[in-house]
Each structure stands twice: as structure tokens, then as C-alpha cells.
Design a protein around this ligand. Structure first.
Ligand SMILES: Cc1ncc(COP(=O)(O)O)c(C=O)c1O
Length: 377
């Protein structure tokens, strides 16, 4: 059997990882400024992560949600404390798209409405509902194009107010920071308006923190920079540091009842062990503060580089607009062994592990400055 050919991937077979360093089957070493798409939060093969998962495997790897699982409560309790959403309820699932799908369903169940407002440039995943609220018709099939969705411009409060005033909207969904669209932040005023307009019009505000959450921006969730609280928050990527684990944080006014949501794998014992290890390590190693500090350092060192059109972002979610982005990205990998991400063909996207060190940041800066000087000449 061959693989279904859907990925445009590098011909590199990675076999080892430690912290922010990875290596392939030929012994080539790399610095990871991409984190496997923002997934690696506490670093590759972290000893505490290995310890927790290994220990759990010796006890019980999996049982379904047919039985009570204390580890889910432990994870929820830790996540509530560290995120500042102590009084919310947690539904555990396996991927970002699934988290958003469930968030939309909760909003629809609660309001009895079906329409959703999303933002232009959004990316929310590839399952049916998640794709319908994603602003990219190229990814959509006829099957998922049937949902009721309206897209408004980011920061256009007037358009948002107009759409909400019809009173037929279940939810407004906003990424904490748009990643696929090039690291684009909604303004504080827009987030505050979205919150109050949702309240006024009996709609729920969902914050998709799948990429921008879990400490990446220097706060646990990116929307916390705007000092607002969402009704529902979705999280995935960094939550399991590579173990498939996602969550929906749900306001206590939105009541659960048996059968409302469900999943076979979601919140299984091994996934919880991974999730608990991640939160313990984030706390123990103060990785949120590290993300803020190293992110600010990277931006301060790069912002004067003449090859950069714009640099933006928060913490370790950074977008760098470059004329020759694809060439520079290729050179970073081929000549300096540095993995980075991209958004479109103009923005270099940095999503390194939150544990990245200043020395590793300097390695990136040095390589970037060298390449851009040569490309500029
Ligand atoms: C903001 C955002 N939402 C949702 C998703 C979908 O997550 P997953 O690929 O785990 O389904 C992604 C993935 O990149 C994302 O960046």
C-alpha cells in the first residue's frame, strides 16, 4: 500500500529530538524553529514527559470514557489553575479541528441557532464545520460548504455588529492570533467589542487558541492580552507536546448532559499523562515567561534588518514578511539546518518550542542575518 498523496513535505526523515534540536536518519542535525507546526511546547523528548508517559504505559495506556478517569480531573484542575479559567468545564478530544467542531456544537445546542460568524483569513481545521468557518474555498468540498457561515473583516466592529443584530448567530469564532494568515492579531478593542456584542445578541464568543495558546504568546492564551474572557476556548497543539490531545474549555453557564458530546479516544489515560506532564513542565520551567522573553529578544534583534518588510507577533509566535521568503526559508534549512514555518509565500513563521534558549535564538539570528545580507546584495 502507498500513502495517500496529500502532503507537500520535505524529503527528510527525522528520527531523534532533544529540546529544540532534531536529527535525521543520516545524522544531520537541525534547530527546530517550527516545533512541528507549533506543537512542541516543552521541547522534544523532555525527561519529565517521557517519565509520565512511560509510567502510565506500565499502569494503563487506555480505557474509554465508559469509565471514570481521575487523570482527566487532574488535568482539568491543573489547566484551570494555570490558565485562569478555573471555573470552566473541560471536554477532552484529540485534535484542533475536533475541538472547534465540538465548540460549535456546544454553541449551537445552547443558543438553538446555527449561523456562525468567522473572520476573513481564518483557519480552524479541516473537519466539516471547522472547514466551513475557515476562509479558504480551495480546501472546501461541496459536502462542507453547506453550513451557515458569514465572514467579516478582522477589526471591523461595525460589520460584526450588523451581522449579530439579526439575532440568528450562535457563535463568533476568532483565533487568538491568526497563524495560517501570517501571524495577524485582532485588536484589543475588537476583542472587547466582540465580547460585549455577543453578550448583547445572545451569541457565544469562541476563541480558537489552538496555535496561539498554551503559553506561546507570553500569556496562557493570546486573548488574555486583551483582558477578556471567552465563553468557549479551544486548544490543541502544545497541549500534548506531540501526543494527540485537544480540549474545549466551556463556561459553566453552558451545561453538559450525558450524550451531548463524546469521543472514543479523547482524554484517555496516556493522553492525560502527556497533558499533565506538559503543564507541570510549563510551570516548573517557567516557560510562559521564557516565551515572552526570548520572543521579545528575537524581535528586538531582527527588527532593523533591511530585508524585513514587517515583523509582528507576540512571544514565540512571530511572522516575518520578506520579499524572498521561500528562498530564505530554504537556505535556513539547507545551509544552516534550521526548520521554520511559513504563511502563504511572503511570511516566515516562527513557532519554536517554548523552551528555546537565548543561545539557540542567537543561532537563528546569526543565520538569518547572514542569509538576508547575501540575498539583499
Ligand atoms: C488556529 C487553528 N485552529 C485549528 C487548527 C486545526 O488543528 P488540527 O490540525 O489539530 O485539526 C489549526 C491547525 O493548524 C490552527 O492553527
Amino acid at each position: 500500500m502507498k500513502l495517500f498523496d496529500v502532503y507537500n513535505c520535505y524529503n527528510i526523515n527525522l528520527v531523534n529530538g532533544k529540546g529544540s534540536k532534531i536529527s535525521d536518519d543520516k545524522g544531520n542535525k537541525y534547530l527546530d524553529f517550527y516545533g512541528g507546526h507549533g506543537v512542541i511546547s516543552i521541547g522534544h523528548s523532555h525527561p519529565h514527559y517521557i517519565f509520565r508517559i512511560e509510567h502510565q504505559l506500565h499502569c494503563l495506556g487506555f480505557y474509554s470514557n465508559a469509565v471514570k478517569n481521575d487523570m482527566q480531573e487532574k488535568l482539568a484542575c491543573k489547566l484551570g489553575k494555570i490558565s485562569g479559567y478555573d471555573d470552566y468545564n473541560l471536554f477532552l478530544c484529540n485534535s484542533g479541528a475536533e475541538a472547534n467542531e465540538n465548540a460549535l456544537k456546544v454553541a449551537s445546542f445552547h443558543t438553538g441557532k446555527s449561523k456562525v460568524i468567522a473572520l476573513k483569513g481564518s483557519f480552524h481545521g479541516r473537519s466539516s464545520g471547522a472547514l466551513a468557518i475557515t476562509d479558504n474555498s480551495k480546501l472546501s468540498s461541496e459536502f462542507n460548504a453547506k453550513h451557515e457561515v458569514v465572514f467579516v473583516d478582522m477589526n471591523d466592529t461595525t460589520a460584526l455588529e450588523k451581522e449579530l443584530s439579526n439575532q440568528d448567530v450562535a457563535a463568533v469564532i476568532i483565533e487568538g492570533i491568526q497563524g495560517v494568515n501570517g501571524v495577524v492579531e485582532p485588536s484589543v478593542e475588537f476583542l472587547k467589542s466582540a465580547k460585549s456584542l455577543c453578550e448583547k445578541n445572545n451569541a457565544l464568543l469562541i476563541l480558537d487558541e489552538i496555535q496561539s495558546g498554551y503559553g506561546r504568546t507570553g500569556k496562557f492564551f493570546a486573548h488574555q492580552h486583551a483582558d477578556i474572557k471567552a465563553d468557549i476556548i479551544t486548544t490543541a497543539k502544545g497541549m500534548g507536546n506531540g501526543f494527540p490531545l485537544a480540549g474545549v474549555l466551556i463556561h459553566p453557564k453552558l451545561e453538559g448532559k450525558a450524550g451531548l458530546l463524546g469521543t472514543t479516544f479523547g482524554g484517555n489515560h496516556l493522553a492525560c499523562a502527556a497533558g499533565i506532564a506538559v503543564l507541570e513542565t510549563i510551570e516548573e520551567e517557567q516557560l510562559i515567561a521564557n516565551a515572552e522573553k526570548i520572543g521579545a529578544y528575537l524581535i528586538s534583534k531582527l527588527e532593523d534588518n533591511k530585508a524585513i518588510n514587517t515583523i509582528r507577533g507576540k512571544g514565540l509566535m512571530i511572522g516575518i514578511d520578506l520579499e524572498n521568503m521561500t528562498v530564505i526559508r530554504k537556505q535556513l534549512l539547507e545551509d544552516h539546518g534550521i526548520f521554520t514555518g511559513s504563511s502563504g509565500n511572503k511570511t516566515l513563521r516562527l513557532l519554536p518550542p517554548l523552551s528555546i534558549t537565548k543561545k539557540e535564538a542567537d543561532q537563528f539570528i546569526e543565520a538569518f542575518q547572514k542569509i538576508t545580507q547575501i540575498v539583499e546584495v
